[in-house]
Design a protein around this ligand. Structure first.
Ligand code: HEM
Ligand code: HEM
Length: 187
């Protein structure tokens, strides 16, 4: 059984993490802006948000066909359940978050564009729906941040209190020859 994530999984993981970091920063920066600058950063946020969504869908599709590696044997049943729960919640929120943003945008009265390219516009201006989906987008964002904090907290917990470094599991590795010993995580 494989004990590390594949290089493709690693690429998906860290590109999503980098995109999310940018989207949260941009999202909270743009909502306080005024005038033309606001429009520019909103369009940028929507374009990167839709790109992140394409990446998430691709990742989910790929993940359903590629099961994760086995967990370290030191994980007790609570750690196994908690880790599965946090990963599933992350995927669920990554799936819902861009939809709420897209719906908010569709009821804002503006066309949603992807880096200048007009997307099919079916929505209309409706302040109540716009505000509802903006709220949903914001709440999903907070829940996602809590889940990501739990995720990072768990990695730190294993390192500090159990001396298990999980990071090499989700970092690039070279193919090893069958007679070589592989270090999957350092104890
Ligand atoms: C910021 C956004 C992040 C998201 C959305 C995210 C999401 C995920 C998901 C969904 C998995 C499970 C992959 C799968 O089984 O399909 C995972 C694994 C992992 N992530 Fe993250 N992650 C993020 C950031 C980080 C950071 C900053 C760290 C480093 C502290 C980290 C460390 C890990 C490790 C070590 C694993 C492998 C867990 C294992 O041993 O099974 N992640 N991440
Ligand atoms: C995973 C992807 C995304 C993340 C992490 C994200 C994050 C955020 C954050 C943190 C905010 C600020 C929330 C606030 O203070 O009200 C925001 C606002 C917004 N986002 Fe996203 N976003 C994502 C995807 C999208 C997408 C795909 C769209 C539309 C195509 C979008 C449209 C918007 C809009 C219109 C607002 C402003 C809402 C308002 O004016 O209150 N977002 N986003």
């Amino acid at each position: 059984m494989r004990k590390k994530y594949t290089n493709i999984a690693v690429l998906f993981h860290w590109s999503t993490a980098a995109l999310l970091f940018g989207l949260f920063t941009l999202g909270w920066y743009m909502v306080d802006l005024e005038g033309a600058q606001r429009g520019y950063y909103y369009r940028l946020h929507k374009s990167f948000g839709l790109s992140a969504y394409a990446l998430v869908l691709l990742r989910l599709f790929w993940r359903l066909r590629n099961p994760p590696p086995v967990l370290p044997s030191d994980f007790n049943s609570f750690h196994v359940t908690a880790s599965r729960f946090v990963h599933q919640m992350t995927y669920l929120l990554l799936f819902i978050m861009p939809i709420t943003g897209y719906l908010s945008s569709s009821f804002s009265g503006y066309k949603t564009k992807w880096f200048g390219m007009n997307l099919y516009h079916w929505g209309w201006k409706n302040e109540a729906l716009n505000s509802l989906f903006s709220q949903a987008h914001l709440i999903c964002g907070y829940v996602l941040l809590i889940i990501i904090s739990l995720h990072i907290g768990a990695v730190l917990f294993h390192f500090v209190s159990k001396n298990i470094n999980l990071l090499p599991r989700i970092w690039f590795h070279q193919k090893i020859k069958s007679n070589e010993e592989r270090i999957d995580y350092e104890k």
